[in-house]
Write a protein that binds this ligand. Structure first.
Ligand code: ZN
Length: 521
């Protein structure tokens, strides 16, 4: 691809403050290009006609090239060096020093990857994703295997180019892209005991509990009624619908495209209204984070206006979806609203019955359909296996056998096919290795934030039962959102909750929610 190279030279007598202003302007320009790119992607997932696919691929490729060119512009490196040498801009603990630290991090990461590797990853990933789709529907791992091998090879090359972080391993270089500062050894030390406790918990439920009645969820609710209900819930949560939208897609996501523009998507299943409701609340949680970031057009894309990590992002979505949305207090408020939209579909059902029905812990094969009780085991399985592949301890050819064996140990189920086993997720075909653990990190962070929230607002439950979410959102705004990338994710979570990363709050939450649903006290 050919794009006009930035040619302007920097003036030699630039002051540090002029250099900083220039940095801000360059970053904003890259950010606006990125916004356009994000809008193209959003359109592709929502309204784009099928026949536009080829043109859109060309447009997206061009935009990606322009953004990459801007992010690796050598002038960015020179400007950073000037600013870093300035005592005032780089004063320890100052907001500008945090911005400089993060800008440097982004610049180093972008420039460490040779353009040839970036292009090869994109092309191989696109081919691998096509192959994955076909192989998954044909349940033919053999057809996917060479693509997985290729993506693993390229990911290892990428990890080597990015560099192994201090005290870490090759996998950490990949993990660090999504959860800056996290190390797999540290994650393992949290995940291992959590896995034991979760397995014991699920076994206890299976042995001693009575599964709640979920039949009231099997009612038919038209898409339009579900959409109207979802919008009302979003508005009550505090999502600004004049600075965002809710649309329909196949794979729901949230895209904070620009200041004042946060796009949510969901999908509707008329025979199970909770799919769209919890999908909407999940993406809504992501959206509230995007709307809570201190974004401005003039300084668009500065780290201080950007989300800090995928784990923290996921903590916001999970907090609303699970901690709020699956509580009896939530249904106390939401049931009459659902009745207004759904007619008599839920007549005679109590908030307590609804809350029990959405708090199950039943082993199942598919991660994205898993309940809150079993979800994290799915994530841990993937973390173990992908880390072993990056280390070279597990060959892609041996993945199905390793998956099925470990799955049996964790869930007590025999995996019926690779389509329902190691080929179910899109991530590895894209080369997204190191991404999975951020899902469970998000759940852990969310549980810790939930405890902190309930400590500072002992009547939070009553507020939720009245549909008052403003204090809850205010706390998230002040403790998480406004800080952007100023503090590393782990430190931010510790500042907000007063606790080191721990699995205790999550286990307590699951016990408190799921055991009563199974009639266990
Ligand atoms: Zn999410």
């Amino acid at each position: 691809m050919t794009t006009a190279a930035p040619t302007a030279e920097l003036p030699s007598d630039l002051s540090a403050h002029e250099a900083f202003a220039k940095l801000v302007a360059m970053r904003a320009e890259a950010s606006h290009l990125q916004s356009v790119s994000a809008l193209l992607a959003w359109d592709q997932e929502t309204y784009m006609p099928d026949k536009a696919a080829e043109a859109r691929a060309a447009q997206s490729g061009l935009m990606a090239g322009l953004v990459h060119r801007r992010s690796t512009d050598p002038r960015m490196g020179e400007l950073l060096t000037i600013c870093e040498g300035d005592g005032e801009l780089n004063a320890e603990g100052s907001p500008t020093a945090a911005d400089l630290r993060e800008l440097r991090r982004d610049y180093e990461k972008a420039t460490r990857l040779p353009e040839s590797l970036v292009r090869e990853l994109a092309e191989a990933g696109s081919a691998a994703q096509q192959a994955w789709k076909a192989a998954r529907s044909a349940d033919d791992f053999g057809a996917f295997r060479p693509h997985l091998e290729k993506m693993l090879d390229l990911s290892r090359t990428k990890a080597e180019a990015l560099g192994v972080p201090d005290g870490g391993e090759l996998y950490d270089a990949l993990l660090d892209q999504y959860e800056p500062g996290a190390r797999s050894a540290e994650i393992e030390s949290i995940f291992n005991p959590l896995r034991e406790r979760l397995s014991a918990f699920i076994q206890d439920i299976a042995d001693n509990g009575t599964a709640p009645d979920t039949s009231m969820l099997d009612v038919n609710v038209p898409e339009a009624a579900q959409h109207a209900f979802g919008l009302e819930v979003l508005a009550a949560m505090g999502f600004d619908l004049e600075a965002g939208r809710l649309d329909t897609t196949t794979h729901p996501f949230c895209e904070g495209t620009a200041p004042g523009d946060t796009r949510l998507t969901t999908r509707y299943r008329e025979s199970r209204f909770t799919d769209a409701l919890y999908g909407t609340m999940h993406e809504g949680g992501h959206g509230l984070y995007e709307q809570g970031l201190p974004k401005t057009v003039g300084e668009a894309g500065m780290p201080s206006q950007d989300s800090v990590s995928l784990g923290i992002h996921e903590s916001q979505s999970r907090l609303w979806e699970n901690f709020v949305g699956r509580s009896e207090a939530f249904w106390t408020w939401a049931k009459p609203i659902a009745d207004r939209h759904f007619g008599d579909a839920l007549s005679g059902v109590s908030p307590a019955q609804l809350a029990a029905a959405v708090n199950t812990a039943e082993p199942s094969f598919i991660r994205v359909e898993a309940d809150e009780g079993t979800y994290n085991l799915h994530v841990m399985l993937r973390f173990e296996l992908e880390r072993a592949m990056v280390r070279g301890d597990l060959k892609p050819a041996d993945l199905p056998a390793a998956w099925n064996e470990r799955f049996k140990e964790l869930f007590g189920l025999d995996v019926p096919s690779d389509a329902k086993g190691c080929m179910q997720d899109v991530h590895w075909s894209f080369g997204l290795l190191g991404y999975f653990p951020t899902y469970t990190l998000g759940n852990l962070y969310a549980a810790q934030q939930w405890e902190a929230l309930n400590r500072t607002m002992p009547d939070l439950n009553d507020q939720i039962a009245r549909g008052e979410f403003s204090n809850l959102l205010g706390w998230l705004n002040n403790h998480i959102h406004v800080h952007g990338r100023r503090y590393p994710a782990g430190e931010l979570n510790k500042m907000a909750t007063g606790q080191e990363l721990s699995a205790d709050p999550l286990m307590k939450h699951l016990e408190r929610r799921i055991k009563p649903a199974y009639g266990m006290g």
